[in-house]
Design a binder for this molecule. Structure first.
Ligand SMILES: Nc1ncnc2c1ncn2[C@@H]1O[C@H](COP(=O)(O)OP(=O)(O)OP(=O)(O)O)[C@@H](O)[C@H]1O
Ligand SMILES: [Mg+2]
Length: 395
């Protein structure tokens, strides 16, 4: 693990010209947001669980607390003008308490809940008349079986709270599998919902940046290529009919408005033969927007900052006809990507981002973006660089 010297916190002033932005949690999203803050010279304070979390290693204003209790968050927020987030993990009741105490959360707790609670999201969006997969809450024995009988097997069960990277998503073949999972979840105190297994043509994502005052910008719609429940590649613009791209962008804009999103809102979508369905929402910079660093006129990270500060947003336009981003995910027998960095940089146009994380199988360690004239070429080069970064020792 490389060490970074921690400098003293630059004294951003709570009453000064440039507001202090606090970021809760210090993963790679916070790290890339800090990168954008450096260019604008926006003072950032960071709350990290560990001193060696991705963003904590490269941010001078870092406070480390192993557990984000309400007291820890209160103290942290008191030193910030605006508080934003790298993840969805601070419990909703704690967010509400912070707001009640007068702290400014962007996004606000009411909007954030749509990303924290998949049942709230499904019920809320369905109530707005927006397309979501058929679903129901799992409240007792027999609920999954009844849903499967009505909608057909397999079905998909999801943890209502706390899932990520496909952890917390189960494909259930039959009623017996459903009942086993339900019991296990009940034992662990995990609330479940069950939904139809969607015949997905493509997975898409639409990103919006929205200011509290209402201005918003929408990025080009992205195809997110998933493997094992994890996003592996981004292809921009998504190879979909123009009508589908327009509809995806319009859906994202409507959702941002309806839930009062502030900052980046990422809307994960399923393209099906019958049209689009909303899968889930994230109210923070999102993996599906990493391409914007090189591929858009303004990155999602800069626009997230501008939005949470209620500053004018940057144009989201594509910087090239085609952009491909491929995640660097730790391979089963893979080595440390740092060891292969120079070799990967020899791939023409490969823009490599490493998050400062130690290599473990299945862990997102970085990403590579290539912008170009042709999607297949950009995709091939980005994959080539990632293959070099994740190759085994001596490979
Ligand atoms: N109803 C469904 N039908 C078919 N496939 C599904 C369904 N729901 C989820 N999936 C698949 O599982 C993946 C992960 O699901 P989801 O996005 O809900 O979980 P997550 O773990 O919260 O996500 P993330 O990986 O975005 O953190 C989806 O990208 C999709 O490939
Ligand atoms: Mg998802």
């Amino acid at each position: 693990m490389r060490k970074y010297e921690l400098r003293s916190v630059r004294t951003g002033s709570l009453s000064g010209a440039v507001p202090v932005v606090g970021i809760v949690s210090a993963g790679q999203l916070a790290r890339m947001t800090v990168q954008a803050a450096i260019s604008l010279d926006v003072p950032v304070r960071l709350l990290s669980q560990r001193p060696d979390d991705s963003a904590a290693m490269v941010t001078p204003g870092v406070e480390v607390a192993p557990v984000f209790t309400r007291e820890v968050l209160e103290r942290f927020a008191a030193g910030c003008d605006v508080v934003t987030f790298d993840d969805e993990l601070v419990p909703p009741q704690v967010l509400r308490a912070l707001e009640a105490a007068g702290h400014v959360l962007r996004p606000p707790s009411g909007a954030k809940l749509y990303a924290q609670d998949k049942l709230h999201q499904r019920v809320g969006l369905a109530g707005l008349g927006l397309p979501v997969p058929a679903f129901r809450a799992v409240e007792g024995p027999g609920d999954i079986e009844a849903f499967g009988r009505e909608h057909g097997w397999p079905v998909v069960a999801k943890a209502v709270r706390g899932g990520y990277d496909g952890r917390g998503v189960w494909v259930l073949a039959d009623a017996a599998a459903g009942e086993r999972l339900r019991r296990e979840a009940a034992g662990a105190g995990t609330q479940l919902l069950v939904e139809q297994h969607v015949a997905i043509v493509r997975e898409l994502a639409a990103l919006v940046a929205r200011r509290p005052s209402g201005e918003s910008v929408t990025y080009a719609v992205v195809e997110t290529v998933q493997r094992d429940g994890m996003c592996r590649e981004l292809l921009v613009p998504a190879p979909v009919a123009p009508g589908v791209a327009r509809e995806a962008a319009a859906l994202a804009g409507r959702i941002a408005e309806a839930i009062g999103a502030v900052g980046i809102l990422a809307v994960e979508l399923f393209e099906t033969a019958e049209g689009l369905l909303v899968n889930e929402l994230a109210l923070r910079p999102h993996n599906s927007g990493h391409w914007t660093i090189e591929g858009a006129a303004t990155s999602q990270f800069e626009n997230h900052l501008r939005a949470v500060l209620d500053w004018p947003l940057g144009v989201p336009d594509l910087a090239a006809p085609a952009v491909a981003t491929v995640n660097v995910v730790g391979a089963a027998h893979g080595g440390d990507p740092h060891a292969a960095l120079a070799a990967a940089l020899a791939v023409p146009g490969a823009r490599v981002h490493l998050y400062g994380k130690s290599a473990r199988p299945g862990r997102k360690l970085g990403h590579v973006t290539v912008v170009g004239d042709r999607s297949d070429d950009a995709r091939e080069r980005a994959n080539r660089a990632v293959a070099i970064l994740t190759a085994g020792k001596g490979g």
